[in-house]
Design a protein around this ligand. Structure first.
Ligand SMILES: [Fe+2]
Ligand SMILES: [Fe+2]
Length: 252
């Protein structure tokens, strides 16, 4: 327990550092729900790391070894959207909690083991024989997983987590579609590709629902939450941007 306390202090200073980076841009976001959503949704186009050249390269050029290296990094740094959502929903207001519950239920394959998203990713990891582990994972990828876990598990960062998870739903479709197309080009079979094929389309719906049912009512109830949600989204995207930059350095 003493070690836990040390680690929580370290985690807190890590989050402080990430927040300082996001704070400048987040402090002036609109506090009115509809205008805030407009700001939030434009992160798809111009947020940190968005439409990084890595993804068209994965789609059109990477060979199977390079694709496997990329996926091993991503799998090792995948904290699990389902568990992050479960941690985040603790004590949230009713309407927001219900949206996180609906999203979680989709993550659970709506009660069908074959449709669960976590195991779906695991099937790709098995099919490509990836063996992800911490030792061979870039620090940027571990930092992304740690930032997500920190925001989801700390009650003082609940609204940051709502923003960070929401921006994943917003930005995952384009990345997933590129990776799915790259896997198809490389001859990986449809069953193994399913995780990326699914998120290329399903997350468009998840994002729309998250924005109208979680983010908008949260900001409507308390406009100051807009800043925390924005910081969380920017933290998530900046951590992602650092991953893509590192992956390009390693792969190109
Ligand atoms: Fe998912
Ligand atoms: Fe989703």
């Amino acid at each position: 327990m003493r070690r836990d306390a040390d680690m929580l202090l370290l985690q807190g200073s890590f989050l402080d550092w990430l927040r300082r980076e996001a704070a400048d841009q987040a402090k002036d976001v609109p506090r009115e729900p509809a205008r805030f959503l407009t700001w939030f949704e434009q992160l798809e186009n111009n947020g940190p790391g968005q439409h990084d050249a890595l993804f068209s390269w994965l789609e059109h050029q990477a060979d199977l070894e390079q694709m496997r290296w990329y996926l091993r990094q991503e799998a090792a740094g995948e904290a699990g959207f389902d568990d992050l959502t479960a941690y985040t929903q603790v004590k949230l207001p009713e309407r927001v909690k219900l949206e996180l519950a609906r999203n979680y239920w989709d993550e659970m394959g709506r009660g069908n083991a074959k449709g669960m998203h976590g195991p779906m990713l695991h099937r790709l990891v098995e099919a490509l024989d990836l063996h992800p582990n911490i030792e061979t994972t870039m620090s940027e990828s571990l930092a992304l997983a740690n930032a997500m876990t920190a925001m989801a598990t700390r009650r003082d960062y609940s609204w940051h987590a709502v923003g960070a998870l929401g921006v994943i739903e917003l930005t995952a479709p384009a990345r997933s579609a590129a990776v799915a197309a790259g896997l198809k080009r490389l001859g990986v079979d449809g069953k193994a590709r399913l995780y990326f094929e699914l998120h290329a389309t399903l997350d468009v719906k998840h994002s729309a629902a998250w924005n109208t049912e979680a983010i908008a009512p949260a900001v409507d109830d308390d406009p100051s939450r807009a800043v925390a949600i924005a910081e969380g989204a920017l933290i998530r995207l900046s951590c992602g941007a650092r991953c893509f930059e590192r992956y390009r350095r390693e792969l190109w």
